[in-house]
Each structure stands twice: as structure tokens, then as C-alpha cells.
Design a protein around this ligand. Structure first.
Ligand code: GDP
Ligand code: ZN
Length: 312
């Protein structure tokens, strides 16, 4: 017999599959060769993948189903196995929304770092929402800093949700946003990503998961990813840290395409191709001068142009 389901957990060669609406995970294994869509990926099947599977009797621990095919992905997010390695690991597939959790300080936000994550999401074709957490800390003390943040990312076209785990502000809005979506959560350590996930659904406990991963697989193995069903609706895939996000190879001349606000005006540049750095009649530079494009984002772009060899 055969069926179709979503991969909700991937730990090495073991998988859990489930329908999303009728949530009931059951074990599955891979047999034979599965087409590798993501090129050099070490895992052919990732959390979020829609797969077809076969089984003889109702699958359980002793009789796992067999994954026979990975169906087409609408997008996927990968990480490099190591900085220099050509090998990559697919973190998640078919992501409806990536929530990038940031805080302005504790830890201090690094805009160029955030911009790289945003570029990565654009490259992968994953919609992004920035979650500005810990607003209780700066709603009053750092109102200007907050306004700056909104200016920079608002003008770039990104949606910014404000949240505070302490006051509860924005949590219900986030909960509503997650409903009906497969969501990826990412954020630098300390920004409050785990607290936020717990506020959205107290039955979820991401940090506990981390510990059992470390215990089971050793510190250096990060090949455990899991999708959690949120009780108010929707699904969360938690990713450890941001460093994990690798980048597909991106040529210098392509980088601007993944800054949506640059892409929007670049048709009007006098020269083609235009690096948007020194060329006369560059529409991007004009937009920076008139404030349509923020100097901070433009500066991140210049940084990425310079460092793109390190970036790969
Ligand atoms: P993670 O590493 O991103 O998962 O961060 P944690 O959820 O472990 O939170 C890191 C620290 O930030 C903890 O001490 C939390 O109590 C604190 N924290 C999380 N969210 C907020 C918030 O909205 N406001 C304030 N003031 N502190 C927060
Ligand atoms: Zn230009």
C-alpha cells in the first residue's frame, strides 16, 4: 500500500512522517536511491518534504514505512556542513515563512549579519518575517533605535513583528501569523527564540530538545530537525542558531538581486551590468542619496561585494 505524508522529523537515517492536519507521526526509513534535488546535500530527505511511502501493515516502530519518493519542493533551506566543505545539509523544505528573531541589544544586533540571513532567504525563495523581540527593553529607553530599525527594514520591504516575552506584547499576533503555515524559526543565540516559541505554545520546549540532541548525537552532529505542531495552529521548525544558514554560490554581480529594494530600482541604472558602486547614472546610488534605500542596507551590500569569497 502507498500513501503521501510530510517529513516531520529527521534524525540521521530515521524519519517520522505525518499528515499535517491529521497529526499522527509514524516511523519511516529510506530504501534504495532517492533523487537528490539539492545537489551535494548529505540528506536526500528533509523535514518539510512531502514524500510518498509504501507499507505492508500499519507502520509502527517495528515496521517502519518506506519512503519511496520525494515530491517536488517549493523551496528549501540548506546549511554547509563546514565552512569549506562543498557538502550541505538540507535543514527544511517547503517553508511557508521564516521568522528571523532579533533583539536590538542583549545580544547587540549586527545589521550586516541580519542582512546576510535575509539575502539567504531571498536566494532560497523563502518568505521572511523579522521578529523584533525584547521590545520591553527598548520601547522607551531606545525608541529612536527602534524607529531606525523600522526605517531600515520597512524601506527594504520587510515585515517586522514586535514581540516581548516579558509583557506578552505581540505574542497573540505571532500566534495568528503562524496559523496554517509551516514556519522556520531562526535567530542568534540569546535573542529569545526559545522563550518566544514557548510563549506561543507552552507545550513546546525547544531548549529541552537541544539537550536531548546533544546527548544522543554528540555536540558536533546537527542533523536532527523536527517540526512541531502548534496547538493554536501551524507548525514550527526550530533551527539552532543562524550560523547554520549556508549560502548557495552567489556571484558578485548577482548579490543586488537579493536586496529587494535594490532590485526594484536597478532597471533604471544607466549601465548594464552595473555594480551599483561607482557607475554614473546608477539608480541604486541615487536611491541611497534620496533616502529610498537605507545607507545601512547599502553598506551591507558593499560589505558582501568585498567579502563574497569568504561568504561562499
Ligand atoms: P535563545 O537562545 O534565542 O533561545 O534565547 P532564550 O529564549 O534562551 O532567551 C535568552 C534570554 O533572553 C533569557 O534570559 C530570556 O529570559 C531573555 N528574554 C527572552 N525574551 C525576552 C523578552 O522579550 N524580553 C526580555 N527582557 N528578555 C527576554
Ligand atoms: Zn546601478
Amino acid at each position: 500500500m502507498t500513501g503521501e505524508a510530510i517529513v516531520v522529523k529527521n534524525a540521521g537515517s530515521h524519519y517520522l512522517l505525518s499528515a499535517l492536519d491529521a497529526w499522527a507521526p509514524f516511523p519511516a526509513v529510506l530504501k534504495g536511491k532517492i533523487r537528490l534535488e539539492a545537489g551535494t546535500a548529505t540528506n536526500p530527505v528533509a523535514v518539510g518534504d512531502r514524500v510518498s511511502y509504501s507499507y505492508d501493515i500499519a507502520p509502527d516502530e517495528k515496521n517502519p514505512a518506506t519512503i519511496v519518493e520525494v515530491l517536488d519542493r517549493k523551496n528549501y533551506v540548506i546549511r554547509r556542513s563546514t565552512n569549506l566543505s562543498r557538502q550541505s545539509h538540507v535543514i527544511a523544505a517547503n517553508v511557508d515563512m521564516a521568522y528571523i528573531v532579533v533583539s536590538l541589544y542583549f545580544p547587540q544586533i549586527k545589521l550586516p549579519f541580519l542582512d546576510r540571513i535575509l539575502v539567504t532567504c531571498e536566494v532560497y525563495g523563502v518568505p521572511v518575517t523579522i521578529v523584533l523581540n525584547k521590545v520591553d527593553l527598548y520601547r522607551e529607553e531606545a525608541a529612536e533605535y527602534m524607529a531606525d530599525f523600522h526605517r531600515i527594514y520597512g524601506s527594504a520591504g520587510y515585515r517586522v513583528l514586535e514581540t516581548s516575552v516579558v509583557t506578552g506584547e505581540g505574542i497573540e499576533a505571532l500566534r495568528q501569523d503562524i496559523k496554517g503555515r509551516v514556519c522556520l524559526f531562526s535567530g542568534e543565540s540569546g535573542v529569545g527564540k526559545s522563550s518566544l516559541i514557548r510563549s506561543v505554545d507552552p507545550s513546546l520546549n525547544p531548549k529541552v530538545g537541544d539537550i536531548s540532541i546533544a546527548h544522543l548525537q554528540g555536540r558536533h552532529t546537527t542533523s536532527l530537525y523536527e517540526m512541531y505542531k502548534v496547538s493554536s495552529g501551524g507548525y514550527i521548525i526550530d533551527t539552532p542558531g543562524l550560523r547554520g544558514f549556508g549560502l548557495v554560490d552567489l556571484g558578485k554581480e548577482e548579490i543586488y538581486k537579493y536586496f529587494p529594494e535594490m532590485l526594484r530600482v536597478s532597471d533604471n541604472c544607466r549601465f548594464v551590468p552595473c555594480t551599483h558602486t561607482h557607475e554614473p547614472g546608477c539608480a541604486v546610488k541615487a536611491a541611497v542619496d534620496d533616502g529610498t534605500i537605507s545607507p545601512e542596507r547599502y553598506s551591507s551590500y558593499l560589505g558582501m561585494l568585498e567579502e563574497d569569497t569568504k561568504f561562499r
